[in-house]
Write a protein that binds this ligand. Structure first.
Ligand SMILES: NC(=O)c1ccc[n+]([C@@H]2O[C@H](COP(=O)([O-])OP(=O)(O)OC[C@H]3O[C@@H](n4cnc5c(N)ncnc54)[C@H](O)[C@@H]3O)[C@@H](O)[C@H]2O)c1
Length: 354
């Protein structure tokens, strides 16, 4: 990422639609966009009380708390926003919920993408689009790192609904959008960072236990995941969507892999968490629990985005966990979470781009 200043100039004053802005990644992305001077228009379900979005308490934001499955409401909002840049994050993002509510998961993740792209077809001032899927879109057939060309056939309903969203995006791009409007899809791995309160995710589970001073119980301590700090994929989305606005042929599907050394087992991540948290916390393997199957091993190859866009990961796994703990302790101790985010973004920009 060589052109930080160019990127900041691009977003300043732009009308940017963020779907899923009340979620963990959406709130961080909206915060970063607002820091760069963008006019953020958010479309998502109402946030729960315990969420990063609620903590940030934004006044005067253009937003709709509505369901992405309500096509007419979505279209009216997109029309009103006159979106120039779009980041699509709204989704049912949990594997376990996907098993419990498969039809809802497909309606939200797959049909939600159809409805958004339908709305965007009518957007006259559109410049650049990023669609956020997941590294789980690949068929779990290989222990090799997945490349962008690998087969799309996510294992469980969540993963598979995102594979379907990818096919939808590819078709709409081919059939309905001119080449001058670049649309990329992004496949990032498991993201960690301050402000994630979701159920059934490793770091939020660690935080919940640590706050109660209890040991952490792990479901899959030997499962391997490519963990990365939330600023890593967000910087990749922001930078690629900026670059493709100048050079539309760069629009493509991109893996966003962490540093190779950051591919770790859940147990290793929990060990790091316990070390940085201190206060006598440790973790144990949960016995006799029955949990739905997920792909066991997931590795991503991140060469394409580095070659085409010049983006590569910056923060190591220990650094990502340390920053997550720093944010969480600042929040626990009643300090400003916005200041903590501003500091982390500023440090990331300096370390990452200069
Ligand atoms: N967190 C991760 O580790 C991770 C990894 C890979 C990909 N992703 C993807 O990144 C995106 C954001 O994930 P997150 O971790 O911030 O999740 P999150 O659950 O914190 O946020 C999801 C957002 O989508 C919105 N949403 C959900 N259902 C909706 C509906 N029916 N209509 C309108 N809005 C709806 C929610 O209101 C929320 O704003 C998702 O697309 C997810 O699949 C996340």
């Amino acid at each position: 990422m060589e052109d930080l200043e160019g990127m900041k100039r691009f977003y300043r004053g732009k009308r940017v639609l963020v779907t899923g802005h009340t979620g963990f990644k959406g709130a961080w992305l909206s915060f970063w966009l607002r820091e760069m001077g963008a006019e953020v228009w958010g479309y998502a379900l109402k946030p729960s009380e315990e969420s990063l979005f609620s903590l940030l308490n934004w006044e005067g934001m253009h937003q709709a708390f509505a369901d992405i499955r309500e096509q007419k409401v979505l279209e009216a909002f997109v029309r009103q926003a006159r979106a120039q840049v779009v980041f699509h994050l709204a989704a049912q993002p949990l594997v376990k919920t996907g098993y419990e509510m498969p039809a809802y998961t497909y309606e939200t993740n797959t049909m939600g993408t159809v409805y958004l792209l339908e709305a965007l077809r009518k957007c006259e001032e559109l410049l650049s689009v990023g669609i956020i899927t997941t590294d789980k879109v690949y068929a779990a057939v290989s222990k090799e790192a997945y490349r962008e060309e690998s087969l799309l056939d996510g294992y469980d309903p969540y993963a598979n609904s995102k594979s379907c969203a990818e096919l939808v995006a590819a078709c709409y791009k081919r059939c309905f959008f001119p080449e001058s409007i670049p649309i990329s899809v992004f496949r990032a791995g498991n993201v960690i960072g301050g402000g994630d309160f979701a159920a059934d995710r490793l770091l939020p589970d660690c935080v919940r236990s640590a706050l109660k001073g209890e040991d952490i119980w792990l479901r899959h301590p030997f499962g391997i995941r490519p963990y990365q700090h939330v600023l890593e994929p967000l910087s990749a989305y922001l930078y690629t969507v900026y670059c493709q606005s100048k050079l539309p042929h760069l629009a493509d599907s991109y893996n966003i892999a962490p540093k190779e050394s950051s591919v770790a087992t859940n147990g290793e991540v929990a060990t790091l968490f316990c070390r940085y948290w201190g206060e006598g916390i440790s973790w144990k393997k949960q016995k006799d629990a029955v949990f739905p199957k997920e792909a066991d091993i997931l590795r991503l190859n991140g060469e394409k985005i580095e070659k085409n866009i010049g983006w590569k990961p910056k923060w190591s796994l220990p650094r990502a966990v340390a920053e997550t703990v720093a944010w969480t302790k600042a929040w626990r101790d009643g300090n400003s979470v916005a200041e903590q985010m501003r500091r982390q973004i500023s440090v990331y920009e300096k370390e990452g781009y200069l």
